[in-house]
Design a protein around this ligand. Sequence first.
Ligand SMILES: CC(C)(COP(=O)(O)OP(=O)(O)OC[C@H]1O[C@@H](n2cnc3c(N)ncnc32)[C@H](O)[C@@H]1OP(=O)(O)O)[C@@H](O)C(=O)NCCC(=O)NCCS
Length: 147
Amino acid sequence: MIIKKATLKDKENLVKTVEELIEEDKNLDHFSPHYKDPKYYEEQYIKNEKYDVITLEEKQTITGYIIGKKKTNNIYTIEMHYVIPRKRGQGIAKKLKKALEEHARNQGFKLITSYASIDNHASIKLNEHTNYKQETIGNYVYFKKEL
Ligand SMILES: CC(C)(COP(=O)(O)OP(=O)(O)OC[C@H]1O[C@@H](n2cnc3c(N)ncnc32)[C@H](O)[C@@H]1OP(=O)(O)O)[C@@H](O)C(=O)NCCC(=O)NCCS
């Protein structure tokens, strides 16, 4: 298993996970259109220095990724977190979160934040189980943790 920051070389593999997200979202319609646009991943996330894409790769397949964003000098925020459906419940999201937190800490960030819609049970549990403080405002739950 390899956990590392994605580069343009990982583009093709990353696109395969985007295809899984598109398939999953056909009936759900949970994700904003840009999360289903491979070009957006390349231009906005991999090439843009404001973002870090961390992937977890098993047997040359990316089974999960997490995207972090440098929000301010001190605050780092989780933009997206995804594990392909057949690999869920095996601790992949937790490993990715830990790697991103370490990456943010090493860059000097003091706080990491994220949010989820109130009906995203898996994401809320994941944040609870990784010691994030949470606050519900309207239809969203906001998370934060000191680094
Ligand atoms: C949220 C998501 C990333 C979790 O990935 P995962 O690899 O299955 O999560 P993990 O196996 O690392 O689980 C981490 C913790 O969350 C809990 N958890 C994860 N999914 C859960 C679920 N569906 N129900 C209850 N608890 C859940 C686990 O119990 C685990 O805690 P523990 O190890 O202390 O028992 C995954 O479900 C996903 O990709 N969902 C679709 C995309 C999404 O909604 N992303 C978040 C956007 S805000």
